[in-house]
Structure formats: structure tokens, C-alpha cells
Write a protein that binds this ligand. Structure first.
Ligand code: NDP
Ligand code: 2IT
Length: 449
């Protein structure tokens, strides 16, 4: 088939032009494998080289971040902003502070963000940034000085109508506050340049919950389409940060039982379920005391801790990977299926490897890819931008309704472009095509620039 040759040629070129960037290759391949057959016969997209343009970021900014630790030592890190595409709105996407951050990871995230933001239906382009800074074990003062130094350089490239960063791994409300304060100090302007802000200075209600809740709504919508629900389902979640904990909260509210959470050191298994009060303990442990998930079993001795292991060997009906990219490989996928898992909704960005996705799809279980499943976070960021522009604050029930409607709409777009038969919807294909069309058509409207 001609599209297969085109795809091979496209990927060979992409890999040659972007050596040593496996995460970026993976993210582009996942999209291109659906889009090449789709645009076969749509000569206008081919002639305009839309896929070639989408997979070459508009620009990559990389800069030095110098800060002083508590002992007075000068420390140096590298910061980035990858602005992938602003065809349908200003650049928008999170900032990640983690020692693993590199250009490949940020390029994959910025690429994904372009499709994800398009799926929300809101006017936002795609970007991602961050630094190879390790926040673990740093004092509050060190975090503040790092954030201020990071923003001292980043401010040249961001703005409320240009590029609006937000949080991601290692960047939560505290870090956004330090960066927003520094931006305000340097520019003398109070603008909606960041989302995920505190409620006192332009933040939006439910932004903090939105990604985790949205991931669960996506699964709920897929279950509804099969006349099923979360009621009585056993759920395995990885991670114990922002996305994982609010996913856990929503599963509990919908009548499911969450039996695992994790961090990069290991996972906890609580056969009785991580209920609301146990979750309060975890949120305090993680967000206030900045402790490790292993401490849970000291508080709740009926639970078990597995050092250095991932939770995918535990029997569950539904798995919600909410930690990081490639945390669920083909062996994990087989293990989940063997134990009866019937659905996966990706809270993290690209948590399943390509091989794992293939296994889920071959077995025709419910599978929601990250660009659809975790879009609730950036969607509420988009609503925060709207509120900032209009200088108003919407009420919680209004935002909650908007989030639910956006997630339903994402589900329906995936269904419209991904339905394969009466009984099977390929949500990966649906998300890729639906996300692509709006961006591609905007690019066509601008001509070849
Ligand atoms: P947090 O920093 O709040 O939490 C991250 C969690 O993932 C922690 O439990 C962390 O463990 C774990 N983790 C991080 N890196 C690794 C790793 N290499 N191996 C195993 N565990 C790891 O981040 P978020 O919850 O915000 O982000 C989680 C995922 O969700 C990311 O993929 C992010 O891109 C995605 N996402 C986030 C959105 C948001 O609004 N925050 C929106 C959409 C997607 P430890 O503490 O040990 O590092
Ligand atoms: O991956 C993501 O969508 C995010 N980290 C949230 C981005 C945002 O701008 O809210």
C-alpha cells in the first residue's frame, strides 16, 4: 500500500533529522501510523506537507538556569521551551522539572500537546517546557530561587497571547506561584501568562482536580458507551502526584475501589481500597510533607509496599497509568490482561509503549490514549485563560459542567473518527484524526508559511 511506503519514508527522514530522540520518534510514529492512511487521497494535506510541518517544532528555546543552593554553591541547569505549533491558538502546555528532562522528551510532549489541545475544542496551540532540575530533597528557598531564575529567562518567550505555560511533573501550585511572581516583578504586568495559579491571583477552580477527574470521565464515557460503569470496579493507579490522586478521588466518588498508587521507588497495594480518608493522608504526605508512598504502610499496616516494582501485576478491572511516559510495557500489558483488566485510560502522557498499545487493541479492550484521556487538565487551563481575559471567575459547578462536556465531546470525536465496527472503537485513531483535522485546516488557511 502506498501509504505504508510514505510512512516508512517519513519516519526514516524524521529519525535521521532527530537522532537520539526515541520518545519523539515514538510519539510521532503513533500519530503518523493513523494519519498516513487517513490522508491517503486527501492530496491537499499531502501537498501542503502538513505532517512534515507538524513534526518540526516552530522553535526550540534552550537556556542556562543558574541558581544558588542553601550552602551558597552556584548550580547550573538547562531549561527549554519547545513551541510546537500555534495554528489554532497561542502556544500552551506544561513545564516539567525532573532530572530526566531532555529535548527528546519535551519535543514528544509538545507534539502531543498540539493534538490534545485541538481535541479540547478550545483555541490553544501546543508547547512544552521544563528543566533537568531535580526538585527532590530541595528546600523551599532553593525551589523558589530556581523558579525565579528559570522565569528570568523564560519571560522573553512567553505571554498571555503568545505562550502560556502551566504545571507538569515537579511543577505544581507552589512553583507556578514563584514563577508568576517573578514574571510580574520583571514585566510590571499582571497578565494570565501562566495557568494553574493560586485562587488569590487569577487561578481557576477545579484546575487542580481537572486532569485526574478528566481521565476518569474519559473511562466513564467509554464504559457508558457499553452500558457499563465504575460501580464495583477494582482500579489500579500508578503515580501519587496531582493526576493520580485526583483520579483516585473521582473513582471513589463513582463507586470504584482503587487498590494501588505508586511513586518512582515502588507501589502500595491496599486490598481494602484507598478511600477518602486514606487519600487525604496521601495528599498531605505528598504535597505538604513531600514524603514517599512507602510511608503509607506504616499508617495502614493492612496494605503492602513493593519496592522497585510497578503496580501492573495486581488484578484489576481498570488501569489508570498516571505517572510518566513508557511506564507500562508489553509485559505489563500482558499481565494486566491475564488478570482480567478490561480498560485503560492514560492520565500520564504516553505511559504505554507502542507494543503495549498494540496488545490492548488486539484484545479489543477499552483504551483511551493520553492526548484524549488527560486533556481535562489543559482544557481547564484554557478556561482559566478565558476567565483571566474577561477578568471574571466562574463558579465551581459551571466549570465542572464545562469539564464534563469537554470530556464527553472528546469521547464523541474519538468515536466519530475511530469507530471500526458496531462493537469496537479505536480511540487512538479517533483522537489522532480528530485532533489533526482542525490544526491541519488552520495551517492550510494560512498558506505555505
Ligand atoms: P506530579 O509531579 O504531581 O507527580 C508525578 C508522579 O509520577 C509522582 O508520583 C512521581 O513519583 C511519579 N513519577 C515521575 N517520574 C517517574 C518515573 N520516571 N518513574 C516512576 N514514577 C515516576 O506530576 P503530575 O501528576 O502532574 O503528572 C503525572 C503525569 O501526568 C505526567 O506524565 C504528566 O505529563 C501528565 N499530565 C499532567 C497534567 C497536569 O495537569 N498536571 C496534565 C496532563 C498530563 P516520584 O515522586 O517518586 O518522582
Ligand atoms: O500535559 C499537559 O496537558 C499538562 N501538563 C497541562 C498543560 C496545561 O497547560 O495546563
Amino acid at each position: 500500500m502506498a501509504w505504508k511506503d510514505d510512512l516508512d519514508q517519513f519516519m526514516t527522514g524524521l529519525i535521521r533529522r532527530n537522532p537520539g530522540e526515541p520518545e519523539f520518534h515514538q510519539a510521532v510514529y503513533e500519530v503518523a501510523a493513523n494519519l498516513f492512511p487517513y490522508i491517503q487521497g486527501k492530496q491537499v494535506y499531502k501537498d501542503a506537507q502538513i505532517m512534515e510541518r507538524l513534526s518540526e517544532p516552530d522553535r526550540i528555546i534552550s537556556f542556562r538556569v543558574v541558581w544558588e543552593d542553601d550552602e551558597g554553591n552556584v548550580r547550573v541547569n538547562r531549561g527549554w521551551r519547545v513551541q510546537n505549533n500555534n495554528a489554532i491558538g497561542p502556544y500552551k502546555g506544561g513545564l516539567r522539572f525532573h532530572p530526566s528532562v531532555n529535548q527528546s522528551i519535551l519535543k514528544f510532549l509538545a507534539f502531543e500537546q498540539t493534538f490534545k489541545n485541538s481535541l479540547t475544542g478550545l483555541p490553544m496551540g501546543g508547547a512544552k517546557g521544563g528543566a533537568n532540575f531535580n526538585p527532590k530533597g530541595k528546600s523551599n528557598g532553593e525551589i523558589m530561587r530556581f523558579c525565579q531564575s528559570f522565569m528570568t529567562e523564560l519571560r522573553h518567550y512567553v505571554g498571555a497571547d503568545m505562550d502560556i505555560p502551566a504545571g507538569d511533573i515537579g511543577v505544581g501550585g507552589r512553583e507556578i506561584g514563584y514563577m508568576f511572581g517573578q514574571h510580574k516583578r520583571l514585566t510590571k504586568e499582571f497578565t494570565g501568562v501562566l495557568t494553574g495559579k493560586g485562587m488569590e491571583f487569577g487561578g481557576s477552580l477545579i484546575r487542580v482536580e481537572a486532569t485526574g477527574y478528566g481521565t476518569v470521565y474519559m473511562m466513564q464515557n467509554m464504559l457508558n458507551a457499553r452500558n457499563d460503569s465504575f460501580e464495583g470496579k477494582t482500579v489500579s493507579i500508578s503515580g501519587s502526584g496531582n493526576v493520580a490522586t485526583y483520579a483516585c478521588e473521582k473513582v471513589n466518588q463513582l463507586g470504584g475501589k482503587v487498590v494501588t498508587l505508586s511513586d518512582s521507588s515502588g507501589f502500595i497495594f491496599d486490598p481494602k481500597g484507598i478511600d477518602e480518608s486514606k487519600l487525604d493522608y496521601i495528599m498531605d504526605l505528598k504535597n505538604v510533607r513531600r514524603g514517599r508512598i512507602s510511608e503509607y504502610v506504616e499508617q495502614y499496616p493492612d496494605a503492602h509496599y513493593f519496592e522497585g516494582k510497578k503496580p501492573w501485576g495486581i488484578a484489576c478491572d481498570i488501569a489508570l497509568p498516571c505517572a510518566t511516559q513508557n511506564e507500562l510495557n508489553q509485559e505489563d500489558a500482558r499481565e494486566l490482561l491475564k488478570n482480567g483488566c478490561m480498560g485503560v485510560s492514560e492520565g500520564a502522557n504516553m505511559p504505554s509503549s507502542l507494543e503495549a498499545i498494540k496488545i490492548f487493541q488486539e484484545q479489543k479492550i477499552l483504551f483511551a490514549p493520553s492526548k484524549a484521556a488527560n486533556a481535562g487538565g489543559v482544557a481547564v487551563s484554557g478556561l482559566e485563560m478565558s476567565q483571566n481575559s474577561a477578568r471574571i471567575s466562574w463558579k465551581e459547578h459551571e466549570l465542572q459542567k464545562l469539564l464534563e462536556d469537554i470530556m464527553q465531546n472528546i469521547h464523541d470525536q474519538c468515536e466519530a473518527y475511530g469507530r471500526e465496527s458496531d462493537t469496537y472503537i479505536d480511540y487512538v485513531k479517533g483522537a489522532n484524526i480528530a485532533g489533526f483535522i482542525k490544526v491541519a485546516d488552520a495551517m492550510l488557511a494560512y498558506g505555505s508559511i
